[in-house]
Design a protein around this ligand. Structure first.
Ligand code: S3P
Length: 174
């Protein structure tokens, strides 16, 4: 196996799980949003506001293409909209094992109700926005995934146990 890739909706815990998993399996973790922000010298919110969502989506695809050429075994935490493009889903499968951290809208709302860094969830009726977007995306995330893990009510240790079991950690370079 090459990369371990975490996908899922905003607030499902991709970044946090990625960091904790990196300690467990002793691999570097890379976060696509953070790398884009570093490379563009702008936050995701600034990119959306000043250049538009389509520009951001092109940056995601460009980054994934480059990651396919890079060496090293990593954990990759992705932005929540990254698997929406078919090309991106194909690139993810080329990169490694895709793990979907599945969460319910109410859990997302509880986690993100005070968040200001997700441009797609700002403004009126955030729970309605979460329900609509997650409803549109759920099937796409499922079709992109090699493994699905329900995360809403679990603690981080349980989630890490399920991931390490799914990737067969005992059997690789441990
Ligand atoms: C997005 C999710 C965000 C970020 C951007 C768009 C999305 O990442 O990439 O705001 O379309 O779901 P997180 O999933 O890390 O919040």
């Amino acid at each position: 196996m090459k990369q371990v890739i975490l996908i899922g909706f905003m607030g499902c815990g991709k970044s946090t799980v990625g960091i904790r998993l990196s300690y467990r399996i002793r691999r570097v973790v890379e976060d696509t949003d953070k790398r884009i922000e570093r490379e563009q010298k702008m936050t995701v919110s600034e990119i959306f506001a000043e250049k538009g969502e389509a520009f951001f989506r092109d940056l995601e695809t460009d980054l994934l293409r480059r990651m396919c050429e890079e060496k090293g075994e990593k954990i990759i935490a992705t932005g929540g909209g990254l698997p929406l493009r078919e090309e991106n889903r194909n690139l993810l499968h080329k990169l490694g094992m895709v793990i979907y951290l599945r969460i319910q809208p109410e859990n997302v709302y509880e986690r993100l109700k005070n968040d200001t860094t997700r441009p797609l969830l700002q403004g009126e009726d955030p729970l309605g926005k979460i329900r609509k977007l997650l409803g549109e995306r759920a099937g796409i995330y499922e079709s992109a995934a090699d493994v699905i893990i329900d995360v809403g009510e679990k603690n981080i240790e349980q989630i890490l146990d399920e991931i390490t079991e799914a990737i067969g950690y005992e059997n690789f370079g441990n």
